[in-house]
Design a protein around this ligand. Structure first.
Ligand SMILES: Cc1cc2nc3c(=O)[nH]c(=O)nc-3n(C[C@H](O)[C@H](O)[C@H](O)COP(=O)(O)OP(=O)(O)OC[C@H]3O[C@@H](n4cnc5c(N)ncnc54)[C@H](O)[C@@H]3O)c2cc1C
Length: 451
């Protein structure tokens, strides 16, 4: 068999793998099999397309199939891989109802993740949506345009739920955000959470924490109410369920590849799976968390692209020359006029990983006190009290999403709190106070440590 790289999945990780393989091996045959009709799009932009900020969902597509075919990458949409047969280095897929087989010399699995609605009574009614791909976004947008709902419920206060609260409010829809836990984004608590809750409520979003979804009720075939564990009945003529996703690892599991405790495919540092000519990348995989040293499932866009590059390079060159360093769990979200960002371990993650975490909170101005337009940034640092940084969370109106990257960089390289406090960060009145909020927060940690 002439070398043939087959890639399953045509979004972030899959196409990053295809492009990197092409850069490394100009003549390699590369085929991408994608089960939907869409490739190369930014799912992260879906809330902004639904809000109307991005005028058309189709604008989320980055490159067409033509772009890839010009580079000698064959894209086959509406082709669903139904089995991987490692012993024969073959995948089986369906296209227009027909079953086909394709041999590979190397395979990259980049099947991503799936979101679903829990099977509570009424979950199949019209007007209940999950958001994962462009097809989901088109369906939701059509419903919003044609049925003009007035009240929405969002189940799940993770980052997608928060983004959707803003998006639907921007469309003039009254939103109730419901989450079974007491935190936002999986870990935000205390003063930082309260600041976000204030922001949501100031924009008319009702927030119900500690209330689990138990059922949907409908009028005709369309959802009309959400029922929660506290026996509340919330009017909603459209519902978005954003309670998380799960890795698409069934194909790998059926092919007897090693699967981790969180359901993701286990890969080595070169993104190789337990079968030597099969690689995996992106949301279908578990990854090393550099702070806890454990394998985690953290489905985010940037790790997916980087893992795709590494899988593509190693598959194309038939040896492991590139390695993925792992994640520290960084993400950021905008909610109305607030930026929320986090990196590293939450207190709960830190305890689970065997640390004895301490926290320190600091409120600092975002600009020099005399400079117009500034606001306060709340920073919470999670550390072990002995110089090891474990995580950080920040909330504020400006300069948060980029500042968290200082903590992320420090966590990636295991920089001690004392050294982080010595870093030379930029200062000018429009951008920061003389001592940056990051440094202020770290100084407070160092002060606590030296007591
Ligand atoms: C609404 C939303 C907002 C987001 N916002 C952010 C953000 O702000 N920041 C961030 O970092 N991340 C964000 N993400 C997450 C980010 O989009 C994902 O981490 C990223 O898309 C993962 O890329 P992937 O290629 O691993 O998987 P996916 O994008 O899920 O792509 C996998 C592809 O594989 C295909 N596939 C699956 N099984 C098969 C099969 N058997 N045969 C053929 N094809 C198959 C699927 O159809 C899919 O097209 C967001 C996601 C959503 C849904």
């Amino acid at each position: 068999l002439q070398p043939h790289l087959v890639i399953i999945g045509g979004v972030a990780a899959g196409l990053a793998a295809a492009m990197e393989a092409r850069r490394r091996a100009a003549n390699l045959r590369i085929t991408v099999l994608e089960r939907t009709g869409d490739i190369s799009y930014g799912a992260c932009g879906i809330p902004y397309a639904l809000s109307g900020l991005i005028s058309d969902i189709e604008k989320l597509t980055v490159h067409s199939a033509w772009y890839f075919s010009e580079r000698g990458i064959e894209i086959r949409v509406h082709c669903e891989v139904t089995a991987i047969l490692p012993a024969r280095s073959t995948v089986e897929f369906t296209e227009s109802g027909q079953v086909h087989q394709l041999e590979y010399s190397h395979l990259v699995i980049a099947t991503g993740a799936s979101a679903s609605c829990p099977p509570v009574p009424g979950h199949q009614e019209d007007g209940i949506f999950v958001l994962r791909n462009l097809q989901d976004a088109r369906r939701a947008n059509e419903f919003l345009n044609n049925r003009q709902p007035r009240k929405a419920a969002i189940i799940g206060a993770g980052y997608i739920g928060l983004e959707m609260a803003e998006a639907l409010t921007a469309r003039g829809i009254q939103v109730t955000l419901i989450d079974g836990g007491s935190v936002l984004m999986g870990s935000l608590e205390g003063a930082l959470r309260d600041r976000v809750l204030d922001e949501l409520r100031n924009h008319g979003v009702e927030v119900l924490l500690g209330e689990r979804l138990t059922a949907f009720e409908s009028v005709g075939d369309r959802v009309s109410r959400v029922i929660t564990s506290g026996d509340r009945s919330i009017d909603a003529d459209v519902v978005f369920v954003a309670i998380g996703a799960k890795p698409n690892s069934d194909l790998a599991r059926d092919a007897r590849l090693e699967i981790g405790a969180r359901g993701g495919i286990i890969t080595g540092p070169g993104q190789q799976t337990s079968v030597s000519n099969i690689f995996a990348a992106g949301d279908c995989c578990e990854v090393l968390h550099r702070v806890s040293g454990r394998r985690v499932w953290l489905p985010l866009g940037q790790p997916a692209v980087k893992q795709g590059w590494i899988a593509g390079a190693n598959a194309a060159l038939d040896r492991v020359i590139e390695r993925y360093g792992g994640v520290v769990g960084t993400n950021a979200v905008k909610v109305f006029d607030l930026e929320i960002a986090r990196t590293g371990l939450s207190v709960e993650d830190a305890i689970e990983a065997g640390f004895q975490p301490q926290t320190s909170e600091m409120s600092s101005p975002s600009r020099a006190a005399y400079f117009p337009g500034g606001s306060r940034i709340l920073t919470r640092v999670i550390h072990d009290g002995r110089g090891k940084l474990l995580g950080a969370e920040m909330v504020g109106k400006e300069g948060v999403a980029q500042r968290i990257n200082v903590f992320a960089t420090a966590l990636y390289s295991d920089v001690r709190t004392e050294d982080l406090g010595q870093t030379d960060l930029a200062y000018a009145p429009p951008f920061a106070p003389t001592v940056d909020p990051v440094l202020r927060a770290v100084f407070e940690v160092v002060r606590l440590e030296s007591r």
